[in-house]
Write a protein that binds this ligand. Structure first.
Ligand code: CU
Length: 185
């Protein structure tokens, strides 16, 4: 007797989630190969560990980076060792201003669905198949999303001197100043 409303409620949740996901994919930046596809050639390519010539430590706080900006050479492959020393989830993402803006709206949708929370990530929901094998997992080579206390690496080869920023696209953080410039020398 009371099973029916439960089924309806669950169906509604799934449908809503699927709709939200469709909107995420329509934005076209997650999926085959990651954030800002098409934009990646401008900012560089995933680096090979064997090509790393320098390691830069990045500390993430609420809501800032240390250091505030980085200087690289064109063609240089850098290993970023990123640590989230804050109390909220933060991201280290290499991209253009436009790539970050697109990702911010995706992350807003993830937060609305509870996949991303202020201080934790719902890993099970992140791994859910949204159709066609697509998930919302953040395993793109140009970014890392970390819960408080967690660390991880990003290995990136900078191939062009176009305007690049590293930024956190968790809702509100970029606007609070959690971004820095990549300078070329
Ligand atoms: Cu952040």
């Amino acid at each position: 007797m009371n099973k029916l409303p439960k089924v309806i409620a669950m169906t509604f949740v799934s449908a809503t989630l699927a709709l939200g996901s469709a909107q995420i994919w329509a934005a076209g930046t997650h999926g085959n190969g990651g954030h800002g596809q098409g934009g990646q050639s401008k900012i560089g390519v995933a680096g090979k560990t064997a090509d790393v010539t320098r390691t830069i430590e990045i500390k993430m706080g609420d809501n800032f980076y240390e250091p505030e900006s980085i200087t690289v050479k064109k063609g240089e492959t850098i290993r970023f060792t990123v640590k989230n020393a804050g109390e909220f989830v933060h991201e280290f993402n290499i991209g253009t201003t436009a790539m970050h803006a697109a990702h911010q709206s995706e992350m807003m949708t993830m937060m609305e669905h509870g996949i991303l929370q202020a201080d934790k990530i719902n890993h099970a929901m992140m791994k859910m198949d949204m159709g066609g094998g697509k998930t919302m997992e953040h395993n793109d080579p140009n970014s890392i999303l970390l819960e408080p206390g967690k660390s991880g690496d990003v290995v990136w080869k900078f191939s062009d001197a176009s305007k690049i920023e590293f930024a956190c696209n968790v809702p509100g953080h970029y606007d609070a100043g959690m971004m820095g410039h990549v300078r070329f020398n």
